[in-house]
Design a protein around this ligand. Sequence first.
Ligand SMILES: Nc1nc2c(ncn2[C@@H]2O[C@H](COP(=O)(O)OP(=O)(O)O)[C@@H](O)[C@H]2O)c(=O)[nH]1
Ligand SMILES: Nc1ncnc2c1ncn2[C@@H]1O[C@H](COP(=O)(O)OP(=O)(O)O)[C@@H](O)[C@H]1O
Length: 202
Amino acid sequence: MASKLSCTDILGPPGSGKGTVCQRSAQNFGLQHLYSGHSLQENIKANTEVGDMAKQYREKGLLVPDHVITHLMLSKLENRHSQHWLLDGFPRTLGQAEALDKICDLDLAIILNIPSETLKDRLGRRWIHPSSRREYNLDFSPPHVHGIDDIAGEPSVQQEDDKPEAAAARLRQYRDMAKPVTELCKSRGACYQCSGTETNNM
Ligand SMILES: Nc1nc2c(ncn2[C@@H]2O[C@H](COP(=O)(O)OP(=O)(O)O)[C@@H](O)[C@H]2O)c(=O)[nH]1
Ligand SMILES: Nc1ncnc2c1ncn2[C@@H]1O[C@H](COP(=O)(O)OP(=O)(O)O)[C@@H](O)[C@H]1O
């Protein structure tokens, strides 16, 4: 039987800094960063069937159905078997975690615990250049000119699901879904919990 994949998982609510931590870790340790939000965004851009469906869920701040995201993510993981993966945004439900568990040995789960007021504040200040997905934060990593992407010189925008109502729905959903996922990850590998309000100090 083929050996299982090897992966590290970064878990946390929307705005907790998963993407920021993953970008730094992928660069510093040569890991392959796989980000579920980005994979869905690629499909939205390419107008695929998955993309059309994902767009509707995203705009309301809802998770896309398990079978859709699981199929998308597992097919990417299985394509590059020799790689050590750094997973960002997946799994988010127990169903996703169980599907991943069948093909992947979890080396480490890093869980980001950030106070909800900080999360709301960060999401409200996150702006994105749509075509490159470059991210800015009005305090933490501001662009040179407000609302303009530093490299393309084009407008950056606030995503629909970072606006207050959708962001609040996403945070509520995370609270409802996260516990069994973190419990499964804890039972499988080393688990490191980071708490605080500053990514640079975690
Ligand atoms: N003020 C502040 N903003 C941060 C910090 N760490 C990350 N951010 C910003 O908060 C937002 C959410 O971070 P991100 O890495 O995208 O989180 P994710 O949604 O969990 O992937 C982004 O706009 C980041 O630039 C921090 O320590 N302080
Ligand atoms: N593992 C997942 N399961 C279901 N939906 C997902 C998953 N990952 C991303 N999504 C969808 O994409 C949206 C944006 O996710 P993401 O870009 O990871 O946001 P954030 O960085 O704010 O946590 C989610 O609100 C959800 O609709």
